[in-house]
Every structure is written in structure tokens, then in C-alpha cells.
Write a protein that binds this ligand. Structure first.
Ligand SMILES: Cc1ncc(COP(=O)(O)O)c(C=O)c1O
Length: 496
């Protein structure tokens, strides 16, 4: 019975609601009733579901069983760095001294928390080769948006805000890069990739000029390739008077080995939830650090923790600061989990983690095969990748009719989270795998065997993949409809 429920579409908690159902947990009132000012009272009760506690517990347990996370199995979702999140980090973040504080508490009562933020700041400067850090952004995309705001503020302070209107962004960048530039009213100039999948340096040179505000570079790029000419790229943009922004969301490939600051970048963001193992992707909120060189530090969002001989204070910044981009200091507990991760790995552990992430990605990439090399990008033998790699199923699709989507759906039946599909956009029928360093060799071998078997099945039994998945409660949702006309509120659903 429980298993049947698990397979069926689960009712919403509102659909389980029964008027009057509840669990009586409070004893009868034994003091005079006191209501707030009548004008502060609601006119009618909010439309909340009514259920007994046991029903609530069953509802959420069912949802939990149907969710797939890193604790359930192999999760090679490219670009998302779904590594194992050590439980120690959660335990530290749950300590009452960290979890039971209020952001408006006086500074002298939260010195330990401020010290934790300050220590993270120091470590991230070291890892990135930058001089100053803000921990406020709630995600990578917001970090980029913040960095671009700072670049804009810098040009405006020099009277060049209206002249430098173009942001140069390679076509292999993460999609949030052009979005962040466009949201800051920059015109996006797309720089094409060369035949090796890296930035076409001549195209960059031709585009850089007196109207260039900056370059936004995702490195390693979304093909999992490290830009071989990275120092030259930053030099070209600096010579044109622009600034260089590093999308460091893929830092898991290089941390401890290479630093954006040393490559010539002026600002960068790191995804704390990806690289430094805070649960994410439905498992928890994100957090990003924006790091910059000293000359940009006056534009950082405020407040920033400062350390005056062991006395920690919140500096609200000067008049050049772009202001606050998140309430208080950002997602404090995510920062704390990142600090805990970094302290438990130490300098050598951080370097080993990135080395193993790259090793695991190359290992898995070379173990995957398909008849007639039907998964190779442009039919070329795979180049060494960084922490992730991209297959193109273009040839496989034309030979068998089985698409990247079909293979991804087939992997669900194998108990595996699918890789990222149809990204990056510059690759036809793309599947992007990022196994991360926390998978063992046995796990990678098992995954390689399952994926390879599936790719072979595309040639022998394509229909079984076109009709996959068969084991999940929901099989093929209308993804276009879900993206174009999402119904996010229960009220909307009933109104339709
Ligand atoms: C390269 C890159 N840049 C930016 C982002 C955006 O980060 P977030 O999803 O935290 O907004 C991601 C997300 O995975 C990414 O992979």
C-alpha cells in the first residue's frame, strides 16, 4: 500500500486537508485571553491545510522518499557539483551559539559568529588571490550580478559609465553571465569559441575597445575546459580599459592549484554551496562569496566584518558601496558550513579535492563508450577535461532516434540522477557529467557500466529508451509547459 502511494502522484497537502482535523498539543488556556489591536487582526482565516500531526508527518515522509539527493545515489549533474556534504558541517551549523542567534543582536553578543565570517573571508582571499570579500550573495547568479554592479560603479566613478556599455562574454560561459550583464543594462557581446572549445582570442581582441566595460569568463568553461590563454585574455581586456570578472562557480576544478587573482581577474564569485559542500539543489539555500582586488573593495556590498585586533565589527561601508544585496550578512549558516568544510580539509585537502574531481571526471569520460563513437563531440577523441565533461549524442540520435533526453530518462530507471541535458547550448544533444571527487572508483565503474549499457541499448532497443522512465511516479512531464506556464500557487491550480 505504502509502495503504491510512493508510485502514484502524491496529493498536495491542501488536497489531504480535512476541515477541523488537528492535533491538540497545547493545554487549555489558563490565563486571560489577550488579543492584539483589532485593526491588526486578519478579516478571515488564512487558507491553510488542516491535518492531524500524523498526517503531516506521513505527507512529508512520502515526499522525502520520492526526492533524489546525493545521499540516495550517483548524482553527476554537470555544472552543479553535487558532492557529498559532510554531516559534520550540518552539526556545527546546528550548534545553538550559531543557530539560535538573531541578526539584530548587538555585536558584542555575537563575536564568535563574526569571527567565523572573518575567518572564512581570510581563507577565501587566499584561495582566490584577491584582497577583499563579501559573503552577502545568496547564490552564484547573485554573486555575478553583484560583481557586475561593482564593475559598473567603478566605471561610473571615473566618468566612463555611459561610454563603457558592452560586456564581452564567451559563448561557452554559463547562462547566468549574460543574464547578469543584461540585468545591469550592459549590451552583451558574444565571443565565439575556437575549434578547441576555448575563447577565440582573435575575436576577443577584435571586440575589445573603448566601449568595453569588461569580460566575464567562466573558467573552466561549460565544456569542462581550462582556458589555455587566460592571462592573455585578461591582458587584452585591461589594455582596452575594461575589467575582468571570473565566474568561479567551477572552482572545484582548480582550488588550491590556480587563483583567479593571479590570472589577472579583478573580481570573482565562488559558489559556497557547490565547491565547499553546503547542501543545495533543494537540500538547502545557496551562498556565494564575491571577491575582488583592493581597488574595487570600496564598491563591495555592505556590511563587511572587520577584525580590529580580535574585536569583530560590522562595517557598513562608505558612500561608494553598491549597498546591501541581501538581508543582514547573507546566508550565515551556509558560510559556516563552508568554513567548516575548509577547516576540516586544510590546505592540502583542498588541493587534493580539486585534483580528485578532475581525475574522476577524466576517468568516467574515458570509460564511456558507444557503438561507432556516437557520443563524441564533433567525432573527435575526447580531450582531457577538468572537473566535468560533455558528450554530444547528435550522431547517436541520427543513427537510432534516441535523444539525449531519452538517455537521461533511461538513467532514472537505473537509480541514477541524470546528467545535465542540453547544456551548454553550443553542443547539440549535450549531456554534461560532473561526478565530483567524492565518488569512489567502484561507484564510477558501476555508473560507467550502466551508462554504457544504456548507450548500447539505443542501438538494439531504442523504444525502451524512448518510453523511459518506467519506475518513477511521474514519467514524462510536459517540460515546455512547465517552463513556459508554471503554476506555482495552489490557488491558481484550482482556479484553472
Ligand atoms: C559556471 C556557473 N556559473 C554560475 C552558476 C550559478 O550559480 P547559482 O545556481 O548558485 O545561482 C552556476 C550554477 O551551477 C555555474 O555552474
Amino acid at each position: 500500500m505504502a509502495d503504491d502511494m510512493n508510485k502514484m502522484g502524491a496529493p498536495l497537502i491542501f488536497e489531504r486537508s480535512k476541515p477541523g482535523a488537528r492535533t491538540q498539543m497545547l493545554p487549555p488556556l489558563d490565563v486571560p485571553e489577550s488579543l492584539p489591536d483589532p485593526c491588526a487582526l486578519r478579516r478571515c482565516a488564512p487558507p491553510l491545510p488542516e491535518l492531524a500531526e500524523g498526517e503531516v508527518s506521513r505527507h512529508f515522509s512520502l515526499l522525502e522518499r520520492r526526492a533524489f539527493g546525493v545521499n540516495n545515489g550517483f548524482y553527476p549533474l554537470g555544472s552543479c557539483t553535487m558532492k557529498y556534504n559532510p554531516k559534520l558541517n550540518d552539526e556545527m551549523a546546528a550548534l545553538p551559539g550559531f543557530a539560535d542567534i538573531h541578526p539584530l543582536q548587538p555585536e558584542h553578543t555575537v563575536q564568535g559568529c563574526l569571527e567565523a565570517l572573518s575567518r572564512l573571508d581570510v581563507i577565501l582571499r587566499e584561495i582566490t588571490g584577491m584582497d577583499a570579500v563579501s559573503l552577502q550573495p545568496a547564490a552564484g547568479a547573485q554573486g555575478e550580478f553583484t560583481g557586475v554592479m561593482m564593475i559598473k560603479a567603478y566605471h561610473e566613478s571615473r566618468g566612463e559609465g555611459s561610454i563603457r556599455t558592452k560586456m564581452l562574454i564567451p559563448d561557452s560561459a554559463h547562462g547566468t553571465n549574460p543574464a547578469s550583464a543584461a540585468m545591469n543594462n550592459y549590451t552583451v557581446v558574444t565571443i565565439p569559441s575556437d575549434e578547441n572549445g576555448c575563447v577565440d582570442i582573435n575575436a576577443l581582441r577584435a571586440s575589445a575597445g573603448s566601449d568595453t566595460a569588461g569580460l566575464m569568463l567562466t573558467n573552466p568553461n561549460t565544456l569542462g575546459l581550462y582556458e589555455p590563454n587566460v592571462a592573455e585574455l585578461t591582458r587584452i581586456v585591461h589594455d582596452a580599459g575594461g575589467l575582468c570578472y571570473y565566474d568561479g562557480a567551477n572552482l572545484n576544478a582548480i582550488m588550491g592549484r590556480a587563483r583567479p587573482g593571479d590570472m589577472g581577474f579583478d573580481a570573482a564569485h565562488l559558489n559556497l554551496h557547490k565547491t565547499f559542500a553546503a547542501p543545495h539543489g533543494g537540500g538547502g539555500p545557496g551562498g556565494a562569496a564575491v571577491c575582488c582586488k583592493a581597488f574595487l573593495s570600496e564598491y563591495l556590498p555592505s556590511p563587511i566584518v572587520t577584525n580590529d585586533n580580535g574585536a569583530f565589527t560590522l562595517d557598513c561601508g562608505g558612500s561608494s558601496s553598491i549597498g546591501s544585496i541581501h538581508a543582514f550578512y547573507g546566508n550565515f549558516l551556509v558560510c559556516l558550513k563552508a568554513l567548516c568544510y575548509l577547516l576540516s580539509l586544510g590546505r592540502d585537502g583542498v588541493t587534493l579535492a580539486s585534483s580528485n574531481a578532475v581525475l574522476n571526471a577524466n576517468y568516467l569520460m574515458r570509460k564511456l563508450t558507444a557503438p561507432d563513437n556516437a557520443i563524441l563531440l564533433d567525432g573527435k577523441p575526447p580531450r582531457a577535461c577538468m572537473h566535468e565533461f560533455v558528450l554530444s549524442l547528435k550522431k547517436l540520435k541520427s543513427a537510432t532516434g534516441v535523444s539525449a533526453l531519452d538517455v537521461a530518462k533511461g538513467l532514472l530507471d537505473e537509480g541514477m540522477h541524470p546528467p545535465t541535458m542540453y547544456f551548454p547550448l553550443i553542443v547539440d544533444e549535450a549531456l554534461m557529467f560532473e561526478p565530483t571527487e567524492t565518488e569512489s572508483r567502484d561507484e564510477l565503474d558501476a555508473a560507467a557500466q550502466k551508462i554504457t549499457a544504456l548507450l548500447n541499448r539505443a542501438f538494439t532497443d531504442p523504444e525502451s529508451l524512448r518510453s523511459a522512465p518506467r519506475s518513477t511516479p511521474v514519467r514524462r512531464p510536459d517540460e515546455v509547459k512547465a517552463a513556459r506556464s508554471p503554476t506555482l500557487r495552489y490557488g491558481c491550480r484550482t482556479a484553472q
